[in-house]
Design a protein around this ligand. Structure first.
Ligand SMILES: NC(=O)c1ccc[n+]([C@@H]2O[C@H](COP(=O)([O-])OP(=O)(O)OC[C@H]3O[C@@H](n4cnc5c(N)ncnc54)[C@H](OP(=O)(O)O)[C@@H]3O)[C@@H](O)[C@H]2O)c1
Length: 340
């Protein structure tokens, strides 16, 4: 194998990233090897580093999102070729295979979860997308959550309005676009400064999550509509409580949330937390329908894109620590990426 790999390792829980050698393997059946040109940084990366979430032993690498070039293909890969430009969400955190982790120069990915990107889409733009889209895919389409009609390139209008809380977040922006591509009317929240940006995602009405009258305003707006419940992209105890109050005043409903603060809800409101990789691991037909049948063309025609501002934290694996620190400090309508 001619590829010399390096990874962003942490020697122990809470330790800072150190760049060290990591192994490269040949892609197995149905897999490709990607040379990563950009990495997307997500809030979970900082939580993994500081709290050890999903990390079983040390030293270890982690990471979620990559974009890069296919440099080797395994047997029976028909959809991708060497030289192909892709975005991907490698599944090493679940498979526990080092070669499948994201924060290294080369990562192994199942070909069906690597999505071709348009020729004019820079890698740093593509790396902004995977986990947001994956989380929205699981929350909107799997049978354990919403089981909504799948997104299409020419959506048929559906009867129903979905409240997506946190429309300027990475997950919320993806959920806004996918739910719109399924034909639903989407109502969303963000700080006022980000309303215009979120409206570009197809959202029909925006509300200010900081407004003292946000509950009243949303109840008033949604009262005469068929409300499908809410997708809480932020998932804090406070956002879930606020959403539950709105749904409760509308007669009840379901909250699909990114975090586990879904207990202790009013009697007419239920809640369930998303586990993003579930649409790859447990309901792959859903994962394939969105990632394989819809996303390549939707990226091509601009139906799915990242409108969040891009913050390049630096160049090279060393800069992943800077990126994690920036995301952990909090961002607004911004996606932090690192370029190789
Ligand atoms: N369960 C899973 O599998 C899964 C997967 C992915 C992410 N997550 C979790 O989901 C959460 C969001 O992740 P992300 O990457 O989308 O975050 P992000 O992009 O970093 O979120 C930043 C955005 O959050 C918005 N925000 C903050 N507080 C808000 C509030 N009270 N109401 C509405 N919007 C608010 C801000 O909006 P304004 O600036 O407009 O105020 C900002 O634009 C994180 O906790 C992450 O760990 C879970």
């Amino acid at each position: 194998m001619p590829f010399v790999n390096q990874g962003a390792w942490i020697p122990s829980k809470g330790a800072r990233i150190e760049v060290r050698h990591s192994k490269t393997v040949d892609p197995g059946e149905g897999e490709v090897l990607i040379q990563n040109h950009a990495w997307g940084i997500n809030p979970i990366d900082g939580k993994m580093q500081s709290l050890g979430i999903q990390l079983d032993s040390y030293p270890t690498m982690f990471g979620c999102d990559v974009a890069g070039e296919v440099v080797a293909v395994g047997e029976n890969v028909t959809t991708l070729k060497v030289g192909g430009r892709v975005l991907a969400h490698p599944l090493g955190l679940q498979s526990k295979r080092e070669c499948e982790l994201a924060f290294q120069l080369y990562s192994i990915v199942e070909a069906r979860w690597a999505v071709p990107i348009p020729a004019d889409m820079p890698y740093e733009e593509a790396a902004k997308l995977p986990l947001g889209i994956l989380t929205a895919t699981t929350g909107l389409y799997t049978s354990q959550h919403r089981a909504l009609p799948l997104p299409t390139l020419k959506p048929t209008p559906q009867d129903g309005t979905l409240l997506i809380w946190g429309g300027s977040s990475n997950v919320g922006a993806a959920a806004n676009q996918l739910a719109t591509a399924s034909g639903f009317a989407v109502v969303s929240t963000a700080s006022v400064a980000n309303h215009e940006m979120v409206r570009k995602l197809g959202v029909v009405e925006m509300f200010d999550h900081r407004s003292p009258s946000v509950v009243l305003d949303l109840v008033e707006h949604l009262r005469r509509k068929t409300v499908l419940g809410a997708f809480d992209a932020i998932g804090t105890a406070q956002t879930t409580k606020t959403i539950a109050e709105i749904l409760s005043q509308l007669g009840g409903g379901r909250i699909t949330s990114t975090l586990p603060n879904v207990n202790d809800l009013p009697p007419t409101v239920t809640g369930k937390q998303i586990f993003a990789p579930a649409s790859f691991l447990h309901e792959p037909a859903i994962g394939e329908a969105v990632w394989h049948n819809f996303l390549p063309q939707a990226l091509q025609n601009g139906q799915i894109r990242s409108v969040l501002k891009t913050c390049i934290a630096g160049r090279g694996l060393e800069s992943i620590q800077t990126g994690i620190d920036e995301v952990s400090n909090g961002v607004s309508a911004t996606k932090v990426v690192v370029v190789a």
